[in-house]
Design a protein around this ligand. Structure first.
Ligand code: GLP
Length: 238
């Protein structure tokens, strides 16, 4: 894995946004894998600026998000579809028909997951995947466990994740206990993965990615097996 160390969050966001914009400029119909969480917010902000400046055009882009809580209403301001509209989709010219995100309101989650993988496979995987990392080493909602899902599937959130994500909800009780998450196969379909890690709080987990070992108890450590991963970290993280 290549590592780029940035002075601060602002610089990390600019570097990541430039990588995404360059991908789209060189291949306008790129398939971009998108992540949620607080880490990529600055990247999306920069991409919106780049779009407004005419540097990047999303009209032919297809997006695949990593995950969504389940169940959750689309208009819940903590749903990931709401987050994506608020931070990116409502501000750029991406076509609604080309946005893919697991449906938190679906009635048949197993079918929703199978269809999601079928669509991702049909299009040939993502060209560029933005990833964040949970404090417990999760990527998307692939949580630490003895065995990890390859396919997009319904996953149970760990207590660590419920606690970490409760900061966005009024109470921890409101955090959905499950999610629909892309599995390792979908994540690894990316030709290039950009893993963003920011802040002191992530220093311990970031260190584990570079300790020369793999463990399903740190799902992100498996990224060491992917041929093209760029980890963009802030200097206080490493
Ligand atoms: C969430 C998402 C992940 C994200 C992670 C870290 O639970 N499912 O895709 O990377 O948590 O979030 P943050 O960037 O807010 O630390």
């Amino acid at each position: 894995m290549k590592k780029i160390v940035c002075a601060n969050y602002e610089e990390m966001s600019a570097v990541a946004a430039y990588a995404v914009a360059s991908q789209i400029r060189s291949k306008p119909n790129s398939v971009i894998g998108l992540a949620t969480g607080s880490t990529p917010v600055g990247t999306y902000k920069k991409l919106v600026e780049m779009y407004k400046d005419g540097f990047v055009d999303f009209s032919k882009v297809t997006s695949f998000n990593l995950d969504e809580y389940y169940p959750i209403k689309h208009d819940n301001d903590q749903s990931y579809i709401y987050f994506m509209k608020d931070n990116l989709f409502n501000h750029v010219n991406i076509s609604a028909a080309q946005i893919n995100i697991p449906d938190g309101e679906c009635s048949d989650p197993a079918k929703e997951c199978a269809d999601y993988d079928a669509r991702l496979e049909k299009i040939g995987g993502t060209d560029l995947q933005i990833l964040g990392i949970g404090n417990n080493g999760h990527i998307a909602f692939v949580e630490p466990a003895e065995s990890l899902p390859l396919a997009t599937s319904v996953v149970k959130l760990t207590e660590d994740t419920i606690e970490a994500n409760s900061r966005f909800f009024k109470t921890a009780d409101e955090v959905p206990r499950e999610a629909l998450s892309m599995g390792l196969k979908g994540i690894f379909s990316a030709k290039h993965i950009l893993l963003l890690i920011s802040g002191k709080g992530k220093a311990a987990i970031a260190k584990k990615l570079f300790d020369g070992t793999l463990s399903t108890s740190v799902p992100a450590s498996l990224l060491n097996l992917h041929p093209n991963v760029t980890v963009i970290v802030t200097s206080d993280t490493q």
